[in-house]
Write a protein that binds this ligand. Structure first.
Ligand SMILES: [Zn+2]
Length: 589
């Protein structure tokens, strides 16, 4: 694999505060006043949710709570731990009807949605399977359509349920990191309800959150334009530049639950005066995506952790639950010692506080890498188009959260991405990965694609070690240009997916199968799997795909085949470039 030169980023941060003074706190933040959260009628919410029962036969603590930071969204349910096992009985939380059942390899996996007369909905995710009467109904549909994946909406009168009815069994399907039930409540406007503010669970928490880390980041008004500060900390006082913002890494702790849970409220104060406060409340799914604007992206990339930054981006739609002075920027006019205080509060009002002393000292600039405007100016609220010899870039309006300079370079005129495929385009660096994107950016790369590769060509992202990931793309046959949408900035080229999907059936040819299913892994390297099909004795069988393990499970019990006989299994997988793999096995069962 060819490597390309590492690109130096003139970014990064500040003073890591390893000597934070940290203690439980009950002075400034006297618990939470839910009435202050934007537009939430907590009184009514509680009236509705007090009717709901705990929807699982038993559980031991939580693996995740409402509002946890997940990079591109806030976690909007409660994750109830099931002690490492699957198959716990799941009950309807209240009277209503099953309004949706979805089955897929990612996300919620197997999911049921129940709609209640109040207009509220409850969602049960990562299920192992459904109660027998629903399972039969779904199987009929899967066989009729020869499709395992389902997204079924049911009318109001077809599948009524009573509170406490068995509807499903807990599992680990979809994007789940271990057996648990994801339970979520939506109000009549489909806004996920903060379950810790409801009466469903008699939760007790007297532990304060932990403030793990605080960083101070020297700033200018643009992305990618931070000064680089060497670590200079003398005595108890941190030397800081004139203008900076703070970034806070905190999580909540609850007795009996090992998870790092959600902090409900973040506050930052200068000399006792608040300059930043973020309160979660109930977060609509549509604005939850703006979490990428609340998190410090360079710190996330360098530490792998989620820091809430006090600097407010102009496009941040979470602004209704943020109060900030001077857009969350601390600006020091003197060189006296000042006190910064950070407070993290959980939903029950338990707080922790961290305090540091800072003093403006312009000598911190002496070792810093100053920013010099480099690249194309992108205004966050306008569509911007840029053209180069061999590349065009379109950044839609509001794709960025704040103004930035977009650095675009051709790193190589001609780039061979894979040994078995010729070079088809240049290697292009488009923007800076530290700049988060709210919307996809369109790139058009001029390519010279030999005829035999045209149907398999795609745009690939090239990471610093040369490894590739496919971004799809469409070819304009007249101009030879490939157009693709990218969800984050990086380095790109045009190549082709000429490799067939990998299919590995986990039984030997002629095996006597004892269990109730046959497993098989299916993977595709660049363009991704488009379709798969499993047949036993020439008939389609319902094979469930688990996205996280790339495992296809072919159940023999549901396959409508007779026992004690010889059978043949055929698994056929096709990728998005039209490459196909077919594997056949004979077995007895
Ligand atoms: Zn969850």
């Amino acid at each position: 694999m060819t490597k390309f030169p590492d690109i130096k980023r003139a970014v990064v941060v500040s003073a890591a505060l390893s000597f934070l003074c940290l203690f439980p706190f009950s002075g400034l933040s006297q618990g939470i006043d839910p009435a202050k959260d934007a537009g939430v009628d907590y009184q009514r919410q509680k009236q509705v949710t007090d009717r709901f029962i705990v929807p699982i036969e038993s559980y031991n603590g939580f693996a995740g709570t409402y509002g946890e930071l997940r990079g591109d969204h806030f976690h909007c349910g409660l994750d109830m731990r099931t002690g490492g096992v699957q198959g716990k009985k799941i009950y309807a939380a209240d009277d209503g009807y099953i309004s949706k059942i979805t089955i897929g390899p990612w996300g919620y996996g197997n999911r049921i949605t129940v709609t209640h007369p109040s207009g509220y909905k409850t969602i049960y995710g990562h299920l192992l399977g459904f109660a027998p009467k629903y399972k039969r109904l779904i199987l009929e549909k899967q066989y009729a359509e020869e499709s395992w994946g389902q997204y079924i909406d049911f009318p109001a009168d077809s599948l009524p349920v009573k509170r406490g009815d068995l509807i499903a069994f807990s599992g680990n399907t979809g994007s789940s990191g271990g057996p648990h039930l994801h339970f979520e409540v939506l109000d009549e406007n489909d806004v996920p309800v903060n379950l810790q503010l409801t009466g469903i669970f008699s939760l007790k928490d007297s532990e304060s959150p932990a403030i793990r880390d605080v960083r101070l980041v020297g700033c200018t008004p643009f992305y990618g334009t931070l000064y680089t500060f060497p670590l200079k900390m003398a005595g108890d006082t941190v030397k800081v530049p004139k203008a900076f913002y703070a970034a806070i890494d905190a999580y909540d702790i609850m007795a009996g639950t090992p998870g790092k849970l959600a902090v409900y409220k973040y506050e930052a104060l200068l000399d006792g005066k608040p300059f930043f406060c973020f309160t979660e409340g109930n977060i609509p799914t549509s604005t939850g995506r703006y979490i990428a604007s609340l998190l410090d992206n360079p710190l996330r990339r360098s530490t792998g952790r989620y820091f809430i930054k006090t600097q407010i981006d102009p496009s941040n739609k979470l602004a209704d639950r943020i109060q900030a002075e001077n857009d969350g920027i601390v600006s020091l006019g003197d060189s006296l010692v000042h006190t910064l205080t950070f407070i993290a509060t959980d939903v029950y009002g338990n707080s922790s506080r961290a305090e540091i002393k800072v003093r403006r000292d312009d000598s911190v600039y002496s070792g810093a890498v100053p920013f010099s405007p480099d690249g194309e100016f992108v205004s966050w609220d306008k569509e911007c188009k840029f053209f180069y010899d061999g590349l065009a870039v379109t950044v839609p309006a509001e794709a960025l959260y704040r103004n930035a300079f977009l650095r675009v370079r051709k790193l190589k005129d001609s780039y061979t991405a894979q040994d078995n495929v010729p070079a088809m385009s240049g290697l292009w660096r488009v923007g800076d990965g530290d700049i988060p994107l709210h919307k996809s950016v369109s790139i058009v790369i001029r390519a010279d694609i030999p005829a035999q590769y045209r149907s398999k060509a795609l745009v690939a992202r090239v990471s610093s070690d040369g490894s590739l990931s496919g971004c799809g793309g469409t070819l304009n046959a007249l101009t030879g240009e490939m157009t693709a949408s990218i969800g984050s900035f990086g380095t790109f080229c045009v190549t082709a997916d000429v490799t067939r999907p990998e299919v590995s059936v986990k039984i030997a040819e002629g095996a006597a199968v004892k269990g109730t299913s046959i497993k098989c892994t299916i993977r595709d390297r660049l363009s991704g799997i488009k379709t798969y099909r499993a047949e036993i004795d020439g008939h389609w069988v319902v094979a469930a795909l688990d996205g996280k393990t790339a495992t296809l499970e072919i159940p023999l019990g549901d396959a409508r085949i007779s026992k004690g006989k010889k059978h043949s299994l055929v698994v056929c997988v096709e990728d998005n470039a039209g490459n196909k793999t077919t594997v056949t096995r004979h077995f007895t069962w």
